[in-house]
Ligand binder design. Structure first.
Ligand SMILES: [Zn+2]
Ligand SMILES: [Zn+2]
Length: 184
């Protein structure tokens, strides 16, 4: 596929282009996708369709994505931090997959930040991030956390690390708990 036009990863803090090859987790088709949640179907022409599904937190909006995600980036820019309320966005991108709303389409609102290219779709009831289609339909952007099925590829990189939050340092060294910390 042509990555020349792939400019901003949905965060658009600059127009810097980052050409790269799609990276798949394992080989495709066949054993690339180990999740039992994912459904692979033949499309009648010897090809295959990978189905992903997701929903918002309140459950009103449900969707399916048919196809393969070509890339996956974690963006630490200030827009993505405001957008998500977290250290970084985690967005999957596809130029070929198709998005289908199963329910709740009337609850979806899309915020286009001053036409900067930073676009956020969300459920108007619960606020959860939802997929959207950008660049005149050329690019599907899916917040990884909105999926209920396993994500079949690993993030390819942290981007805009130069703009990360001041507390976003050495997080791998922070103590981890399976659930809540034990009470003292
Ligand atoms: Zn960003
Ligand atoms: Zn919702």
């Amino acid at each position: 596929m042509n990555w020349e036009w792939f400019p901003t990863f949905g965060c658009s803090t600059s127009n810097r282009r980052i050409p790269h090859e799609p990276v798949f987790f394992g080989k495709r088709p066949g054993k690339a996708f180990s999740s039992t949640d994912q459904v692979m179907e033949t499309n009648g022409t010897g090809g295959y369709v990978v189905k992903h599904s997701g929903a918002c937190l309140c459950g009103r909006v449900r969707f399916e994505v048919d196809g393969v995600f070509e890339s996956f980036y974690l963006c630490h820019c200030e827009r993505c931090r405001k957008d998500t309320g977290s250290a970084h966005a985690a967005n999957l991108f596809s130029a070929s997959a198709r998005l289908r709303w199963l329910s709740g389409e009337g609850c979806i609102r899309t915020f286009d930040f001053n036409s900067t290219g930073h676009v956020r779709s969300f459920c108007t009831v619960c606020g959860s991030a939802l997929p959207n289609v950008q660049m005149d339909g050329a690019l599907l952007v899916v917040p990884a956390g909105s999926l209920d099925t396993d994500v079949p590829i690993q993030p390819q990189g942290h981007i805009y690390c130069s703009r990360k939050a001041n507390w976003d340092t050495a997080l791998e060294a922070v103590p981890r708990f399976e659930e809540l910390p034990e009470e003292e």
